[in-house]
Design a protein around this ligand. Structure first.
Ligand code: KG4
Ligand code: ZN
Length: 388
């Protein structure tokens, strides 16, 4: 197998990333410019601001990734870029830059699905360890600010294929973390803050019900109209729903009359430049910490229960958990414990590779490089791109 140094570019949401990865396996550099400070005052990502920040960051970030990797524009073998899903204006910044580079340097251009990138963030390290063959099918939970998806992944002759067997019907899990943190006046992004606060509260203090939807078996619904037979190509679906728990938190705040204290915390935090854990902790009473811990416990239990039920149903041999929320300590520990009891090996990316980055894009591009799956210059962003 020939070695290939791929320059990856990622700009789908609020991080501008560039990385050089050798043969889908060795990270030579991985540079991420975060826009958190830009979006923080708004409590969420503002699309226009995201595009503007990507424009500002893209050239220096790519240059830095090349310098740190010891590579040059001329020495890399291909350019890979995120095509979607994501914010259209944000995606276009990375895509336009990648196209210009590929055209000017006469290098092949590879389009990568962001969700496939998250899955390959796990493979990156799995390949590095080289400790035996991966057992298929792999069940991958991609859980981030924009997505909560379950995929069954297969690999045949460097061709990865994915089948979606579950997704969120409303909010993504990371979105629920962010919205609950916002409701509690804790700042943005909510996931990392809740993760660190939750260990200081009692997770059994408040009872939350995540919506218990029974999985639908789509075999019953799909018919081939020409032959009038049931097409058995789709099995049960394991869907998620997280808007209800956010509303339950809101109700709790109202009935427990916590709103004045929350407003006071919000104002106090707004006056501190980049507040650390100690500052946030000092502004939280026991009841708030218990609420945070209970919310996180409910989220984690629901994600783990549904994923493991899907793993049993589809007889998955390996489990991957990736995306921003995969950085969560309680989620990792619970998956390791529960999957372990089911005899299912579970892999996560390192924390730096859990949230958005370009190393995962360059890694996902490698099998496509081997298959010479290149894109023409007229390809464009696909904001709602599905993974197959
Ligand atoms: O993968 P990512 O960087 O961007 C998307 O593709 O969405 O994920 C960002 C999301 C945010 O919602 C953030 O709050 C959440 O991941 N997140 C976490 C943690 N770190 C980031 N959620 C829970 N616990 C964490 N430690
Ligand atoms: Zn992502």
């Amino acid at each position: 197998m020939p070695d290939a140094n791929i320059l990856g570019i990622e700009s789908s949401c609020d991080e501008t990333g560039a990385a050089v990865v050798r043969s889908g396996q060795t990270v030579l550099s991985n540079v991420v410019a975060s826009q958190i400070a830009t979006h923080q005052p708004y409590g969420g990502v503002v699309p226009e601001l995201a595009s503007r920040e990507h424009l500002r960051a893209i050239v220096p970030v790519v240059r830095q990734a090349l310098v740190e990797s010891g590579q040059t524009y001329e020495s890399v073998d291909a350019i890979a870029v995120t095509q979607g899903p994501g914010l259209a204006g944000a995606l276009l910044v990375g895509i336009s830059f990648a196209k210009a580079l590929a055209f000017g340097l006469e290098k092949p251009l590879i389009a990568v699905n962001h969700l496939e990138g998250h899955i390959h963030a796990v493979l990156l390290e799995q390949r590095q360890r080289e400790n035996g063959e991966l057992q298929f099918p792999v069940l991958a939970l991609v859980v981030s600010g924009g997505h909560t998806h379950l995929y069954l992944a297969q690999l045949r002759e460097d061709l990865w294929t994915y089948r979606n067997i579950g997704h969120t019907r409303d909010d993504a899990a990371g979105e629920a973390f962010d919205k609950v943190a916002k409701l509690l006046g804790l700042g943005y992004p909510g996931g990392p803050i809740i993760d660190r606060l939750a260990v200081h509260g009692d997770p059994r203090a408040v009872k939350f019900q995540t919506s218990q939807m029974k999985h639908a078996d789509r075999r019953d619904h799909k018919r081939d109209s020409s032959r009038q037979v049931i097409v058995e190509d789709e099995g049960p679906h394991f869907d998620f729903s997280y808007s209800g728990i956010k509303t339950a938190v809101l109700r709790y705040l109202e009935t427990q009359r916590l709103t004045a204290a929350i407003e006071a915390r919000r104002q106090a935090l707004a006056e501190i430049d980049q507040p650390g854990l100690e500052a946030v902790l000092g502004l939280c009473d026991r009841q708030t910490l218990n609420l945070v811990a209970s919310f996180q416990r409910s989220m984690v239990s629901d994600l783990v229960l549904k994923t493991l039920a899907a793993a049993r149903e589809y007889e998955a041999r390996t489990l991957f958990v990736s995306g921003g929320v995969a950085a969560n300590q309680e989620l990792r520990a619970t998956f390791e414990r529960e999957a372990g009891m089911q005899g299912l090996p579970v892999f996560f990316p390192a924390r730096a590779l859990s949230t958005d980055n370009a190393a995962m894009i360059a890694a996902a591009a490698f099998p496509k490089f081997l298959r010479r799956e290149f894109v023409a210059m007229d390809f464009s962003a696909e904001a709602g791109m599905a993974l197959r």
